[in-house]
Every structure is written in C-alpha cells, then in structure tokens.
Design a protein around this ligand. Structure first.
Ligand code: SF4
Length: 489
C-alpha cells in the first residue's frame, strides 16, 4: 500500500504536494518523495515520515508548476532510501512516475527489460519496471510530439506486459500528465480540477481526501482499465483501454483508506458503519453477556459505535492511542510490531475492571496485536474478553501490494474462530462474514458488485497468480523480514 499524488498547476506545486502527502501519510510511512519539473526535474526522496524528509531548504529548491509525490510502504524490495518513489527515466522525453500497487511478474519483467531493451532497472522498486515498460512502449512509437493516441497505445502495451495491481501517475516532460489504473482497478485513483488561473489546475491522488484538502473539485474516479492524459493546453483525454471486471480491494474500506475518503464513490466512514451494523447481527447470535464495547483505535471506532448502538450497550474508548507512533500493521519487521503495540495503546483500567468486555477491531492478521490487547484487558481485571473483527478471517496472502504476503503469518490460516480465540487468549472470537462485507460496500455504490477479496477467499481476480508466484513472493517476503529484523537488532 502506498499513496500517490500528482499536480499540474499554475504556481509552484511543492507546498500542495507536501499537504497532499500529509493527507495520505497513513498509506505508507516508510519513505516519501517529491519530484517537480520546471524545465528540469528536481528531486527529494528519503526514508521516514513526510514531515521529517522535507525541510524548508528543499521545499525552496523543488521548483515547478508540475510535480509528483509519493508515500511508500515497501512490498517488493526493502525499505532502502533509493527505493523511494517517484522514479525517473530520461528517455523518451524524460518521464517521472509513482504508483500504488504491486507488480506480480516483477522478476521476469526486470530480466526482459534488460535482455531485450537493454534498460537497467537499478532499484528493487516495481514502479521502475512499469516506468521502463511504459517508456519503451512510447519510444517504439518514434514520435517527436506525443498525441493522446500515443499515450493510450503505450498504456495498452503496459497492460499487456505488467501483471498485478497498479494505480499510476506520471509526467512526460513538455508533453503532459498521465494516470492509469490497472485493468481490474484494484487500487484506487481519483482526479480533480480547480479553477485558479487562465488554465485550470488538475490533481490526481490515491484518495479523494487528498484532493478535498487541496481544494480540488469535480473529483472523479479513474476507472479500472482507464487512462487519462492531460496535455499541455490542459485538455483532458480519457480512454477505457481494458475491459476486465472491476475488482477493487475490499481492504481499502476495512482498514487502509481514511474514513473521510470516497473509494469508488463509496464513503469509507459509511461503509464502516454498515460493517458495524452487520457485525452486531452476528454478535447477537452468540447470546453473550456484554457490559461494554471498546474499539481498538482508530479504524474500529466507527463500527464499534454502531455495534454498541445496535446492541444497546455502553461504548467506551478505553484504549488510548499514542498518535505519534507508527501504524503497527505497516511496520516492516514483526518484532518492531510487537514492541510498538504496548507503547501505542494504553488502557483505562477502570473501564475493564470486573466487566465482560467486547473488543472490536477491523481485522485479525497475525494475532500478535490482538493477543497483546487481550492481555492488557485481563491485566486491567476484565472478567471476560470477547473479540470481534468487522472483516472476515484473513487466510490468503495478498500479492497486490499489502504486507500480508506469507500464508504462515495468518492466525486464521487453518483455524476456526474457537481455535483463534484460544490462540489469542480471547473467550470468544466473532468474525464478519464475507457476504456482509461486500454488501456493506455495495450499499454505497450499487454498481460495485465484484471485488478483490483474495486475502479472504483465495480467489485472485487477475487470474495469473500461480502457486509458484505465491511461493516466490512468500520467499521474498521472508527474506525482507529477516533482513529488517537484522537491521533492528
Ligand atoms: S488480497 Fe486483500 S488486501 Fe490484497 S488487494 Fe485483494 S482485498 Fe486487498
């Protein structure tokens, strides 16, 4: 998971890009970067949070009315500074690019790009693969001036070669801004317009909230398999290039996206309320005696309020989050996750003491965080600790850009809810069912009927995820975790 933002404006865009990146910081905390263009490219990238990477000095240096920004969380490749996006190639024209997603056939393409096109991919970042494939597709058209047809032909060529999920934003020097979403539209991408000069400004971003914060209006989705080209006269050209079923990532609504964002026209907050409503129905079936509903902050709060309302129970925010510690789920190494949970959540003991507590979380991934929280509840004197997840059991690796790529990591891998309860130390574990999750999203947009739910049901919408690919990704993921574990020691 990453966040992208691209702007073609009327004044220097760096401050807006910075603001935009802060709005999507939750999508990646490992590294960030901005490249601007004013006749040449100006670059600043680094490891860490947006606020730590960009100083007044480099904001001053990043000149230009066009730019891209990116917040990264590593999937393929490690967390090295040189793997931070956006990336650049100097031919044809000079292209900068950033993406959100994960290229499944990364290794095969890296080899093809070198063997056939003699292009060296120097980083471990899969956007460099998409960038080189796209650049090659443009170069082969041998034209001095790019027209929309050239761009769309290059995107079609990229679709043919690059497998996986990718929402891309790019700028081609002196030609225009390009954005496209993979044929299945797994990761979100939106664009908006603002009238602030003789020509309008345009912004493209991973989440609508990013555009809202920068005052862009007319926010629209870039659809699955669709490409957009904004030329230098600021004329917008849009074309549907691939006609695969649209299967957006369900986990965006469960966890990744901000509640104030709209993903494919579905408000994340409203979806989480629906999820709370449906999970309350599940909880009711168990006839538990519950004294209080407590959310695991922050993503679970919206659903937990609805659960408490529907079950007529007390709601208490009795786990207090230190907001200045990174999201545990997206911290690369497992031991880092474990230690940070305790630093991150502090209980208000009186709300647990002598009570039957229902804890609500968005999901249960590895189970370490859940176990730690349940331990905290018991240390505070809770009589019974029930744990409910408003997403279904996670059982299969995500190959589309989420840090859940090894099957062995899932506590629900081969276990039923009672076994999971035992594993994480709960008196009962209750899950949302997958149909309810889909229904919660569909209520917000009736046109959304198919989804990527691969981490729940093992059905990969792109259809090209072989057991070999899963094994390779799993192996790479383990190596990455081991190397990061060494770095942390
Ligand atoms: S496998 Fe899960 S997390 Fe990955 S893209 Fe699909 S729904 Fe999202």
């Amino acid at each position: 998971m990453c966040g992208v933002v691209g702007i073609i404006g009327n004044d220097d865009v760096v401050r807006e890009l910075y603001q935009g990146l802060l709005a999507i910081q939750h999508r990646g905390q490992d590294s960030a970067g901005i490249i601007t263009y004013d006749g040449k490219f100006h670059i600043k990238k680094g490891n860490g949070l947006v606020r730590d990477i960009f100083t007044a000095e480099n904001i001053q240096r990043l000149k230009g009315i066009i730019g891209l920004g990116h917040t990264r969380y590593p999937t393929i490749g490690g967390g090295r500074g040189e793997d931070a996006q956006p990336f650049l190639v100097n031919s044809p024209f000079g292209i900068m690019m950033a993406h959100n997603g994960n290229v499944i056939n990364y290794k095969a393409l890296k080899k093809l790009i070198f063997d056939k096109y003699h292009r060296l991919v120097n980083s471990d970042n899969d956007v460099e693969i998409i960038l080189n494939v796209f650049a090659q597709e443009l170069a082969e058209q041998k034209t001095k001036k790019l027209h929309p047809d050239h761009i769309f032909k290059a995107v079609a060529g990229t679709y043919k070669k690059v497998k996986g999920s990718y929402s891309v934003v790019a700028y081609i020097a002196e030609q225009g801004m390009v954005a496209f979403r993979d044929p299945y539209g797994i990761k979100p991408l939106v664009f908006g317009k603002r009238h602030d000069g003789i020509l309008p400004s345009f912004a493209i971003a991973s989440e609508s909230v990013c555009l809202n914060i920068m005052n862009y209006n007319h926010v629209k989705n870039i659809e699955a398999g669709q490409a957009l080209f904004i030329d230098h006269r600021r004329k917008v050209h849009i074309r549907k290039i691939a006609n695969c079923p649209h299967t957006p990532c369900l986990f965006e609504w469960v966890y990744f996206a901000r509640p104030d964002s709209f993903i494919d026209n579905v408000n994340v907050y409203k979806c989480r309320i629906n999820l709370g409503r449906f999970l309350a129905d599940e909880i009711k079936k168990h006839n538990l005696k519950i004294d209080v509903v407590i959310p695991v902050p922050d993503s679970a709060s919206d659903a937990a309020i609805e659960i408490a309302r529907k079950l007529n129970l007390k709601y208490r925010e009795a786990l207090v989050k230190n907001r200045y510690i990174g999201r545990t789920f997206i911290m690369p190494a497992d031991d880092k996750r474990r230690t940070s949970v305790r630093q991150k959540l502090n209980p208000i003991a009186s709300e647990f003491k002598n009570k039957n507590v229902l804890l609500i979380d968005d999901s249960i991934v590895r189970g370490h965080t859940s176990r730690k929280i349940i331990d905290l509840a018991r240390e505070c004197g809770a009589k019974k600790v029930y744990f409910a997840s408003y997403s279904p059991p996670l059982r299969f690796p995500c190959v589309y850009g989420i840090d859940m790529q090894t099957k062995t990591e899932f506590v629900a891998r081969k276990a039923n809810p009672d076994q999971i309860a035992k594993e994480i130390g709960a008196d009962k574990v209750i899950y949302q069912n997958l149909d309810s999750l889909k229904k919660a999203v569909n209520l917000g947009n009736k046109k959304l009927t198919s989804f990527c739910a691969a981490c729940f049901d093992g059905i990969y919408p792109t259809g090209d995820v072989t057991p070999e690919i899963l094994k390779t990704i799993e192996k790479e993921r383990k190596l990455l975790q081991e190397s990061q574990l060494e770095l942390n020691l």
